[in-house]
Design a protein around this ligand. Structure first.
Ligand SMILES: Nc1nc2c(ncn2[C@@H]2O[C@H](COP(=O)(O)OP(=O)(O)OP(=O)(O)O)[C@@H](O)[C@H]2O)c(=O)[nH]1
Ligand SMILES: [Mg+2]
Ligand SMILES: [Zn+2]
Length: 299
């Protein structure tokens, strides 16, 4: 066999790590690949999650060349992952403290994929019963059924395993230090991923995970660990923004406003209900987007 199909499971400097769809009778199923120059010239970046065609397989050195990339079914902008079928937004109940603005930025980024979004509340062991159900209820108001987990006590871990085992490609993303790598270790102890303590007054994470990597959790089911970061950008498309808030999205079908391009601020004939927690955040996000999309005045 000199050519085959596979999926990019990691990037390292200029190399792509590709796992083949079919384990070859002889030789390794994981190959370190370069790209055909034709691919680089077309400026087509290849990312983790991309389905690729590999050629010139050298089974002894476990090397090959990526010669083609299949069209993507979805795209997560940050962390960059292709063909995502579920985005798990991991947020800690504490350490680091729950931050609604930051949480929303992660959720909006996740919603832009068009794939289902599941909110994971990590470190459930750090919060009392009452405060916990208050937080879960608050998130229901945002349109999310949060799954509370703890890598320390094991709470919620089997429910998460069931979800992941039936998902082709799930991505765990969220701020640094919320326990993304810890939960994958709890699910798959053989991974032995590096974890880092949170520190400082703000109990921030230390950016322990440095690269996106896919791991296999069941046949046909993979999950990505990703590097945490603290403040995702807001989407720049104003007209799309409302659809990224589930609690607003449900109000927009059928369209309740007089004007097709209503942004639900002060327009006449706007038919949405403004009585939801994140409405203020939606307004702020619109303002920020508008500032971003205004053409620069230089020259
Ligand atoms: N109390 C408690 N601590 C946890 C839990 N899960 C993880 N931690 C701790 O949180 C810290 C950060 O965990 P990591 O798994 O490295 O966090 P991460 O989200 O992967 O962080 P980055 O890789 O930097 O993005 C470690 O000290 C863990 O021991 C949990 O369920 N409960
Ligand atoms: Mg990590
Ligand atoms: Zn409106």
């Amino acid at each position: 066999m000199t050519e085959a199909a596979g999926i990019v499971v990691a990037l390292q400097a200029n190399y792509l790590e590709v796992e083949l769809d079919q384990t070859p009778e002889q030789g390794p199923s994981r190959l370190l690949c370069t790209r055909r120059t034709r691919l680089s010239h077309r400026g087509k970046a290849v990312h983790v999650g991309d389905r690729v065609h590999v050629e010139a397989i050298d089974p002894v050195q476990a090397r090959a060349v990526v010669s083609g990339v299949a069209p993507r079914s979805s795209w997560l902008t940050r962390p960059q992952v292709a063909n995502v079928s579920l985005v798990l937004v991991a947020l800690a109940v504490d350490q680091p403290a729950f931050d609604p603005d930051q949480a929303s930025r992660f959720l909006l980024t996740a919603e832009r994929t068009g794939s289902p979004v599941q909110l994971l509340l990590t470190k459930g062991d750090l919060l009392g019963e009452e405060q916990r159900s208050a937080l879960v209820q608050r998130l229901q108001g945002w349109g999310y059924e949060a799954l509370v987990i703890s890598s320390q006590t094991g709470e919620g871990i089997e429910a998460l395993r069931q979800l992941l085992q039936t998902t082709e490609l799930a991505v765990v993303c969220g701020p640094s230090g919320v326990g993304k790598s810890s939960v994958l270790n709890r699910l798959m102890p053989h991974l032995a991923l590096r974890v880092g303590a949170v520190s400082g007054r703000l109990q921030r994470g230390r950016h322990t995970t440095r690269h996106v990597e896919l791991f296999s959790i069941a046949p046909g089911a993979r999950v990505a660990d990703t590097p945490g970061f603290n403040r995702p950008e807001l989407p720049a498309d104003l007209s799309e923004l409302g659809l990224l808030f589930p609690e607003l999205r449900t109000q927009l079908d059928p369209w309740p406003c007089r004007f097709r391009d209503c942004l639900h601020l002060q327009e006449p004939g706007c038919g949405i209900n403004r009585d939801w927690e994140r409405f203020a955040l939606y307004q702020d996000a619109l303002m920020e987007c508008a500032d971003l999309s205004r053409p620069s005045r230089a020259g």
